[in-house]
Design a protein around this ligand. Structure first.
Ligand SMILES: Cc1cc2nc3c(=O)[nH]c(=O)nc-3n(C[C@H](O)[C@H](O)[C@H](O)COP(=O)(O)OP(=O)(O)OC[C@H]3O[C@@H](n4cnc5c(N)ncnc54)[C@H](O)[C@@H]3O)c2cc1C
Length: 595
């Protein structure tokens, strides 16, 4: 059975040595959470993930969720008790607003908790994960009454939340949605329609489920301009806060799927269900994006989390499994063979995964810290940059981290040879679970289009040019440090390629939109690779400073893994740049009937 160890030392390194989060102690969320306290909280959370959630991962995969004839759903053995412990421990409240009972910790802290939960048990983590997205939508767009009615129970986790966009004929293109909302005399609406693939749509973990549903109000314009967002509770809530009548929303089916079996992916049938408008009429998509941006960072994190869990197990296996001899002479001469970790090709897969995991973690934390600046800083310039970076980096994080997370999970499975393909080892589950993160929350192709179509051009390219300037400043500050030379040179090269790709996009994408679409995937990967090169340069600098010339296994390993990244992962930028510059040519050459 796979195991999981919370990467607490990695968190500590990022908080203390790289991001120096103590320097933000003057901001509200940070003032209440000194570093020692944050680390204690994460240590406790780590134990919960290691001891309670991780052992249930394989149980959830094997058992899945069960729908009963009345539409109720039972989660796998142990999930209900684990969820009770989660609520009793106050974990769902970590990053939520104290005004509604939350603990108000910075996002950069709650993200570490989310990573641990997702590594330990991704399917379980989606119940509180989706709830937090729904919480954000009501928090930002709901009325005072809605906030007071729903948020306190959602913050504690007593009630969970969902997001309902997808319909059978309407996935990426939400303008096609058919679910309708009919206004009632009392100001409420009646919602009718079918939503599919709804994560955590029905279950036995919480006493109420607050569905956030997009629908079209009768008479509203066609397309995305006529979409409104509604709060549709499974049980209506009485004026005194107690649970009232069962609402007209029922789980019609649970989908049979490739992975995350422990999470109930539901067909939800809405039949004259009572719903309440959340935010403004016909502005539902904007409101939904609040939820989706939070969710997209969470999904990017899922890619990293599965890669981390798969790496940890593959590293243990590679030190244990004896096959063949080292090419440079036996390393385990008293044994019948050497452990497979002596083989360079096995090392390649381990090092690729590790270099990704550590770089990707730094990237998510760095971005989350900008998210905290956006929320808490009083300085207009800081807020503007933070907002720009959040918008620009969200599709990169979602798309790049989930593509690479899946690829690494597969490579770690490869390290197990045939045993990786056998279910009892659990490696196949990491691969199957990781796969969905590339698809939902906007398939990765759509993330790439969002990056090149919306985010690059916003405010005349202000965000991407700020990023380039930041990298240039770092290179300038560190160019004379011989220890940093390889990192600075590699970063400079990657940034020059990204800048080249950006200029190509601006010149060729506008004249022929198919060029932009054709180049978008490679551009997103070029961006992701360069962003991680910057993260590795920041981490290398921090490691050199912390080790202060002395040998230290942790910091020396950090620098060695960083060298691996720049020498053996980063060169992929060249291939992506070359491919993106070919534009739409070969992709669009064949007429559709030739396929
Ligand atoms: C396990 C699971 C859980 C899910 N959870 C939820 C949930 O909780 N709530 C919810 O609302 N939905 C959920 N979804 C739905 C998910 O978000 C959608 O499946 C996803 O957004 C893609 O929509 P689609 O499946 O209809 O694919 P389509 O939109 O049909 O897309 C098919 C392919 O075409 C590409 N494509 C489509 N349009 C374009 C375009 N304009 N340009 C370029 N490429 C394009 C896409 O990238 C994709 O590769 C879930 C799905 C699954 C499988």
């Amino acid at each position: 059975m796979p195991t999981y160890k919370a990467p607490l030392r990695e968190f500590q390194f990022l908080y203390r040595d790289v991001l120096h989060i103590e320097q933000h102690g003057n901001l509200p969320a940070f003032a209440e959470a000194p570093l020692d306290l944050i680390e204690q909280i994460l240590e406790e959370g780590g134990k919960f993930c290691e001891n309670v959630l991780a052992p249930l991962n394989i149980v959830g995969d094997h058992e899945g969720c069960k729908r009963h004839p009345d539409g109720s759903v039972t989660t796998p053995t142990g999930f209900k008790d684990a969820y009770k412990q989660l609520v009793e421990g106050g974990w769902p409240a970590l990053g939520s607003d104290p005004a509604f009972g939350g603990q108000g910790l910075p996002h950069v802290v709650s993200l570490a908790w989310n990573e641990m939960v997702s590594s330990a048990n991704m399917a379980f983590g989606m119940y509180p994960g989706l709830s937090h997205g729904a919480y954000e939508a009501i928090h930002h767009h709901g009325s005072d009454e809605q906030r007071a009615t729903y948020l306190p129970k959602m913050v504690t986790g007593e009630w969970t939340g969902t997001m309902n966009l997808t319909e059978p004929h309407c996935g990426t293109d939400l303008g096609l949605l058919r679910t309708k909302a009919v206004p009632q005399a009392d100001g409420s609406y009646r919602i009718t329609g079918q939503k599919i693939f709804i994560s955590a749509g029905e279950h036995d973990l919480a006493e109420n489920i607050i569905h956030l549903v997009i629908a079209r109000i009768e008479g509203a314009p066609a397309g995305t301009k006529g979409i409104s967002l509604f709060v549709v509770p499974k049980f209506l809530v009485n004026a005194d806060g107690s649970l009232g009548k069962r609402n007209g929303v029922v789980c019609g089916k649970i989908e049979e799927k490739m992975g995350i079996h422990g999470n109930a992916t539901c067909v939800l049938n809405y039949d004259d269900a009572v719903g309440f408008l959340c935010g403004q009429e016909n502005k539902g998509l904007n409101a939904m994006f609040t939820m989706m941006n939070v969710a997209r960072l969470g999904v990017g994190m899922q890619g990293l989390a599965q890669s981390e869990a798969a790496y940890q197990n593959a590293a243990i296996y590679a030190k244990d499994r004896l096959q063949g001899r080292s090419l440079t002479g036996a390393k385990n001469p008293d044994g019948p063979a050497d452990p497979i970790i002596v083989h360079p090709d096995v090392r390649r897969m381990l090092m690729d995964a590790r270099a990704f995991n550590e770089g990707a973690r730094c990237f998510t934390f760095w971005t989350a810290l900008h998210g905290d600046m956006l929320t808490y800083s009083q300085d207009e310039k800081t807020k503007e940059k933070a907002g720009d970076y959040m918008a620009l980096m969200t599709p990169v994080l979602k798309g790049y981290l989930t593509d690479k997370g899946y690829a690494n999970a597969t490579n770690c499975q490869q390290i197990y040879g045939g045993h990786g393909y056998i279910e009892e080892w659990g490696m196949s589950q990491f691969v199957r679970d990781a796969r969905i993160a590339q698809i939902y929350e906007g398939a990765n192709g759509i993330q790439a289009l969002d990056l090149v179509g919306r985010k690059l051009a916003a405010n005349g390219g202000r965000a991407v040019f700020t990023f380039f300037n930041e990298i240039d400043a770092f290179i300038g500050d560190n160019a004379d440090d011989p220890k940093m030379k390889p990192f600075v040179e590699a970063l400079g090269g990657a940034k020059a390629q990204l800048q080249d790709g950006t200029m190509w996009m601006m010149q060729n994408g506008m004249s022929n939109f198919d060029n932009a679409g054709a180049a978008s995937h490679d551009y997103l990967h070029l961006f992701g690779l360069t962003a991680l090169a910057y993260m590795w340069a920041l981490m290398a600098k921090a490691a050199f400073m912390a080790k202060a010339g002395k040998a230290d296994l942790f910091y020396d390993a950090k620098i060695a893994v960083g060298r691996h990244y720049i020498e053996r992962v980063l060169p992929d930028t060249g291939a992506h740049l070359a491919k993106l510059k070919t534009g739409a040519g070969t992709l669009m050459a064949l007429p559709a009937e030739a396929f």
